[in-house]
Every structure is written in structure tokens, then in C-alpha cells.
Ligand binder design. Structure first.
Ligand SMILES: Nc1nc2c(ncn2[C@@H]2O[C@H](COP(=O)(O)OP(=O)(O)O)[C@@H](O)[C@H]2O)c(=O)[nH]1
Ligand SMILES: [Mg+2]
Length: 482
């Protein structure tokens, strides 16, 4: 067999000085390894952590009916301010105009949040599935007298469930609403349930309005309302579920006369809006209006912060990717130049330790050398345990043999595998750092979750097309092809 597969993938015995020499003499990306001084220990601690709600979705889901007070709304605004300053601090010196305007836009959103707390009008969105009476109800409510102590504007949305685009539009239309009337035409479907839940946990105050387009006997009304209340327990309080008829309807009434003949008459039923109007009056009372505004502001602050965080994550990824690329080629060269005898899987390596340090710095949780080393060791062990080394080596060996015409030495395979494994480690790390912004100690790392990230990164890079191009690229960087 021309190719002997020796296990140590990552450069166990490579000393720092060797690596430094290697990086400087064989410089894959043209930028010096010394820019991040290998031996410099980074100071830990003093990391400013921003408040990030999104990483803990369970918190929001736990109590959809949570009340938001002024302090909570202001805290959310503060969180936004911190994240936007973080974003500004991390903006590259040369920023294109598109990015600049995105940041300016976000900045403006953050600045407008405090004004939301003082708003002097209320906006109510009327939403629900197709044909549930949204337009009709919004019109009826708009034309009736003001419901409470504040000017109110009603707006119907595009229907949910019709298409993804329509639903997305409906959500946009509801973004500024302080209250949502969610219309149904009877007992709710699963998708209606999900939609209502989604609105409630946003959190956004939502009333569920059963709009009866046909007159129903009272017992039916009571049964359906009870069913709705039961289904929505913990999501919408019973008093926020009301039954109405937004419009009257012409119905044909057949009456049998004393002589047995049947007379057909047309009657128009009357609209029935009182239950909804009463509830709106209570909610739009001057005592309760502030709570609506706090909730709206809080919700918008959370959404804005998430938007800022997404952009920040994107910028960090943009910076992290070239680092991962750089380390993967360094790992390849090191493994190629200095293969170690089999059996000894030493996963801790200078390359990966340095990569952990650099990536953790990008993600604002800088680790010291020894901390990074501890992480790199465990990372290596986890990767080996997951069987990723073996799997990827097998695949890459086949790919190399079929795609690289010249003789492929075992050390070349080790080099390519080392590059690939370093890439997986790097991708896993950045996915993890992105989700867990509050780590300051290696002991805080949740290895179970890290494992999932590594596996996901592995899966994502398993398409044959990617592997072939990766193996070719790696082989070209090693002095083996040609
Ligand atoms: N009888 C009756 N018809 C209604 C009621 N609400 C809406 N409709 C009718 O149902 C149809 C759809 O209503 P529309 O408001 O356009 O629904 P949207 O698609 O949710 O905006 C229209 O023909 C309305 O006149 C109601 O409470 N009673
Ligand atoms: Mg409509």
C-alpha cells in the first residue's frame, strides 16, 4: 500500500520555534504569523459582556404572559446601547457605505427606543388567517368612537398562513403594534395556535377574537369559547378571548304558517361587538396604557438588539474565517513536515492553541495561552472521540488518491487531514463562541454543546464537492503534487 495512514493528525511534537520558522518561511497567506505574537500571553478578565437575550430563548418561552415594567424596558434599551457600542468598536477601519448605512440605521433605531415609552397614541393590529374578517373588523373599529383614553389606530394585516411571504409581511405590519387582535373563525388550528403563541412570546399583547360569520346558538358559542380558553391556557388569559360578529349577515328564515305553507323571509343579523369593545376599553385605560408601551418598547429593543448582534456576528465571522484558513494550512504544513509515529494521538498542538486564542479574541472572550491550550486539548480529544479524524482521513485518502495524480505520501494525507480537522475545530469554536458570549474560563465550556457544534461543522463540510476542492487546495499547498 502506497499510503500508510498514521494516526497523529495534529502536530504533537512540533515546537513553537519550529512553527514560527515554518510560518515565516512557508507563508501560505502572505501575512506574518508574528502579528499575533505566539508567546504573548493575553490578559484575561475585564471583558465587557453585553446583555444578550436571544441566546436564552427558554426564558422568553417560559412566561408568555410576563408583564414588562419600566425598569425591564429600560434595561432592554441599555442592552441595545451596549451592543451597538460593541458593534461600533469592532467595525473595520475601512467600512463600505452599505455597512455604514446599516449601522447608522441601527443606531437610529436604538436612539428612537426611549421615545416609544412616551408615545401618545396606540396602534392595534388586526390579523389572522384569510377571510377571518380582518378588514371588516378594522373598518368597524376605526369608524366607531374612540375606545378609551388615547387615540387609537387600527390596521389590518395581510393574512397569515397564505404564504411565507404574506406571513412575513404580516409580522412586519405588526412590528409597531401595541396590541394584536388575532381573528379566528372558530376553534383554532395548530398553525393558528403557533402563530398566537409566537406573538404572545414576542412578547406582544394579543387578544384572540372569534369572529362568527354565522349566527350560532349560545351553547355552541360557550362551548367553543371554553375550548379556546382551555387551549390557550398559559398563552392568552381567558378574559382576552372574546367572541364577536364584526358584521351583520343576511339570512334566510323559513317560517311554517298555521295553514302549513312555508314563507321565506330575509333577515339581517346585527353585528355583535360589545365583548371586544368592553375588553378594549379596559385595556386602553390610562392606568394600563403604560404597560402596553413598556411591552412594545421592550419587544422592539429585544428585536433591535438581535439585529445588531446578527451584524456583529457576521463581522466576527468575516474576521474569523481567514484565521481558520490560515491555521488550517499551518497545521497541514506542520503535520506534513513533521509526522509523528502512530498510536499517539496528541490532540493538543501549538497550532490549535493559537487558533483558540485568536478566535476567542475575535469573540471578545480572550483566553490566556494555558487556557487556550486546555481548550485545544479537550477539543482534540472530543474530535477524536467523535471519530471525525478517522472518518475524514478515510474520505480524504480516497479523494486524494483519485484526484491527485502523483504519488501521495502518508505524510501528505496527514497534512490534508490536519488542515481539515483544524477547519472543523475552528468552525465549531466560532459557532460555540457566537452562542455563548459569557465564557471567561475553559471550565465554563459546555462540551456537550461544543460536541454538537463540531458535529454540525463536520456535517456541513461533508459534501463531496467541497471535500474534493479542499483536498486539492491543501495538496497544492504541500510540496507533493507535481
Ligand atoms: N356575516 C358576516 N360576514 C363577515 C363578518 N366578518 C367578515 N365577513 C365577511 O367575510 C368576508 C371576508 O371578510 P374580510 O374582512 O375581507 O376578511 P379578511 O380577509 O380577513 O380581511 C367578507 O365578505 C365580509 O363581508 C361577520 O362578522 N359576519
Ligand atoms: Mg382583508
Amino acid at each position: 500500500m502506497a499510503v500508510t495512514w498514521r494516526q497523529p493528525i495534529l502536530v504533537g511534537g512540533v515546537g513553537l520555534s519550529f512553527l514560527l520558522w515554518l510560518a515565516n518561511s512557508w507563508n501560505p497567506l502572505g501575512n506574518g504569523f508574528g502579528e499575533t505574537t505566539l508567546l504573548a500571553l493575553m490578559a484575561t478578565g475585564g471583558v465587557a459582556w453585553w446583555w444578550r437575550r436571544s441566546s436564552q430563548p427558554s426564558q422568553t418561552i417560559a412566561s408568555p404572559q410576563q408583564s414588562v415594567d419600566l425598569a425591564k424596558a429600560e434595561q432592554a434599551i441599555d442592552g441595545c446601547r451596549q451592543t451597538i457600542s460593541q458593534l461600533q468598536a469592532e467595525l473595520p477601519t475601512e467600512t463600505d457605505s452599505q455597512l455604514q448605512s446599516r449601522v447608522a440605521n441601527l443606531q437610529q433605531k436604538v436612539e428612537s427606543l426611549p421615545q416609544q415609552l412616551q408615545r401618545q397614541d396606540i396602534s392595534i393590529g388586526v390579523t389572522g388567517g384569510q377571510g377571518t374578517g380582518k378588514t371588516t373588523l378594522a373598518q368597524v373599529l376605526s369608524s366607531s368612537a374612540t375606545n378609551g383614553d388615547i387615540p387609537v389606530c387600527y390596521q389590518d394585516t395581510t393574512p397569515w398562513f397564505a404564504s411565507e411571504a404574506a406571513e412575513w409581511e404580516a409580522k412586519q405590519q405588526l412590528y409597531n403594534c401595541d396590541l394584536v387582535l388575532f381573528l379566528t373563525s372558530g376553534d383554532i388550528t395548530d398553525s393558528e395556535y403557533q402563530a398566537i403563541r409566537e406573538i404572545a412570546i414576542a412578547p406582544q399583547r394579543v387578544l384572540v377574537v372569534w369572529n362568527q360569520q354565522y349566527p350560532q346558538p349560545k351553547t355552541t358559542v360557550d362551548t367553543i369559547r371554553a375550548k379556546l380558553q382551555q387551549r390557550l391556557t398559559g398563552i392568552v388569559p381567558a378574559e382576552d378571548i372574546v367572541a364577536i360578529a364584526a358584521a351583520g349577515r343576511e339570512i334566510t328564515v323559513r317560517q311554517t304558517q298555521a295553514d302549513g305553507s312555508v314563507v321565506t323571509k330575509t333577515e339581517t343579523t346585527t353585528p355583535h361587538l360589545e365583548p371586544l369593545q368592553q375588553r378594549l376599553q379596559q385595556i386602553l385605560h390610562s392606568d394600563t396604557i403604560p404597560s402596553l408601551l413598556y411591552t412594545s418598547t421592550y419587544r422592539q429593543a429585544i428585536a433591535t438588539q438581535q439585529e445588531i448582534q446578527n451584524l456583529l456576528n457576521q463581522l466576527r465571522r468575516d474576521r474569523a474565517f481567514p484565521q481558520i484558513e490560515r491555521y488550517q494550512w499551518i497545521a497541514a504544513a506542520a503535520a506534513f513536515a513533521n509526522p509523528i509515529p502512530s498510536g499517539d494521538i496528541l490532540a493538543t498542538i501549538a497550532v490549535n492553541t493559537q487558533m483558540v486564542m485568536d478566535l476567542s479574541k475575535i469573540y471578545q472572550q480572550p483566553f490566556s495561552w494555558s487556557q487556550a491550550q486546555e481548550i485545544a486539548k479537550t477539543l482534540g480529544a472530543v474530535i477524536v472521540k467523535l471519530g471525525l479524524v478517522e472518518l475524514s482521513t478515510k474520505t480524504l485518502t480516497t479523494i486524494l488518491k483519485t484526484n491527485v495524480t502523483t504519488y501521495v505520501a502518508g505524510s501528505a494525507i496527514e497534512g490534508v487531514s490536519a488542515a481539515y480537522i483544524t477547519r472543523i475545530a475552528g468552525l465549531g469554536l466560532i459557532d460555540y463562541f457566537q452562542e455563548q458570549p459569557a465564557i471567561t474560563q475553559p471550565s465554563q465550556i459546555d462540551w456537550q454543546s461544543m460536541k454538537q457544534k463540531l458535529q454540525a461543522a463536520f456535517q456541513r463540510t461533508q459534501q463531496n464537492e467541497f471535500l474534493v476542492s479542499f483536498a486539492k487546495k491543501a495538496a497544492n499547498r504541500l510540496p507533493i503534487a507535481g
